[in-house]
Design a protein around this ligand. Structure first.
Ligand code: PMT
Length: 402
């Protein structure tokens, strides 16, 4: 994992959303981050430090004067051991202290001693959040380079309705990851396709396949985390598009073809993880209505070929780096190599149908145009995406050097 060993200090302040910070800690630890926690004394009235200690497997700091070790000035030493400070939830009080430089507890003192990359997730009553004093403090922090997450709008613990809710922990984690990742793909534009296409026979019936979109979404997320501008053209899925990507939803292969062609000239890299239907039915009814079965014992559906999107991109290839996928039920490598040549690709990722479709994991073989072959073990789709984007980054680098 790219985040292994990155050190995050999480400041938890005294609001009802403090209990949601526990989930954030769990997600951070799962993402291989090293998390240390500073709670304000008020935060400990909402959630016991033991909760955070258990989740982070490290001692929770609360008191500036609590002796941790005689050879450490805790707030200064911890500041030097921190790659990112996250204050979540951030109350109006801590935001005011951070904006004005007041250091009267361990967290506010730490903030001044630290001076590095900082993210805050304000969560409070709507009136308190919208108060000019809080808004001015947030503006001061933004101008200073602090990343301020907008609170969600909705019903609050106090019964009010409006902005002030703590953002979802997975979203906060994504913003944390974004701040920690090296931006080696900055300036590059990626076009990633994902998911199945649906080919309608009538108003409600369609031909499709079990692609969940996970592989393509993981690739889009990884490229975006590494600083690329990412367009994600996807067929219908149940997934939430990764934060920061330009999401282009489509339904049919023809629609995907059109959207991909529109974006092609501006792309540096195209990765086609979508499972595109090769054929579409000739519609059973002309006017988009629902087909009536009455009186029929048999039905013949005629299919016509969809455009091969990737092959078209291969024919029109200019500066773009083209990466295809191959989902095969037999002769994985031979079929993938043949597709790479036929579609004029730079790289192809071959997966067996049984390993790739609709699961959280995938087992792939990466074949490059130069003939090199890399077999990967069964891995999470996120981990597979990391390796594929590493390979793409290496090809881009080599291209630059030529
Ligand atoms: O979505 P998931 O559940 O995570 O599953 C991931 C996956 C198995 C769908 C993915 O890893 C994968 O293998 N995608 C490609 C599946 C596929 O359609 O393979 P293919 O061998 O039929 O097509 C080869 C390549 O041509 C693919 O890059 C495909 O996107 C592209 N193609 C195919 C047909 C077509 N008409 N136009 C295309 O662009």
């Amino acid at each position: 994992m790219k985040l292994e060993g990155d050190r995050v200090t999480l400041g938890v302040t005294g609001g009802i959303a403090a209990y949601k910070a526990a989930e954030l800690v769990r997600l951070m630890v799962k993402a291989d981050l090293r998390v240390r926690i500073i709670m304000t004394p008020n935060a400990t009235r909402f959630v016991a430090p033991l909760t955070f200690q258990t989740l982070s497997l490290s001692q929770v700091r609360v008191d500036t004067f609590e002796p941790v070790s005689p050879d450490r000035v805790e707030h200064v030493a911890l500041a030097q051991e921190t790659d990112l400070l996250v204050v979540a939830p951030a109350t109006a009080n801590i935001l005011a202290k951070m904006a004005r430089g007041i250091a009267d507890d361990l967290l506010s003192t730490f903030y001044l001693a630290y001076g590095g990359v900082t993210l805050v997730a304000p969560a409070m009553n709507t009136q308190m959040y919208l108060h000019p004093a809080t808004q001015e403090n947030l503006e001061i922090l933004r101008k200073r380079g602090v990343v301020v997450l907008d609170p969600q709008e909705g019903e609050l613990a106090c019964g009010d309705y409006g902005p002030g809710r703590f953002p979802d922990p997975p979203y906060i984690l994504e913003r944390v990851v974004d701040l920690l990742y090296e931006k080696d793909l900055h300036g590059k534009t990626f076009l990633v396709t994902a998911g199945p296409t649906r080919e309608y026979l009538d108003a409600v019936r369609f031909i499709s396949n079990p692609s969940s979109g996970r592989m393509g979404f993981a690739l889009a997320q990884e490229a975006r985390r590494r600083g690329a501008k990412v367009y994600l053209v996807s067929g219908p899925t149940h997934l939430t598009p990764p934060w920061g990507v330009e999401y282009v939803p489509v339904t049919s292969a023809q629609e995907m073809f059109q959207r991909v062609l529109d974006l092609y000239s501006g792309a540096d890299v195209v990765i086609k993880a979508a499972a595109v239907a090769d054929f579409r039915p000739v519609p059973l009814v002309e006017d988009g209505a629902k087909f009536k079965k009455e009186g029929r014992r048999r039905l013949v559906v005629e299919l016509e070929a969809n455009p091969d999107i990737l092959a078209t991109l291969g024919e029109e290839k200019g500066h773009q780096l083209l990466v295809g996928f191959a989902a095969e039920s037999r002769d994985l490598l031979e079929n993938a190599q043949a597709k790479l040549a036929r579609k004029n690709l730079d790289m192809i990722v071959a997966n067996e149908i049984t390993a790739g479709f609709a699961s959280d994991t995938n087992r792939v073989v990466i074949v490059r145009r130069d003939g090199s072959i890399r077999h990967l073990p069964l891995m999470s789709k996120e981990a597979v995406a990391e390796v594929i984007i590493d390979e793409v980054a290496a090809l881009l680098q080599a291209g630059k050097a030529r």
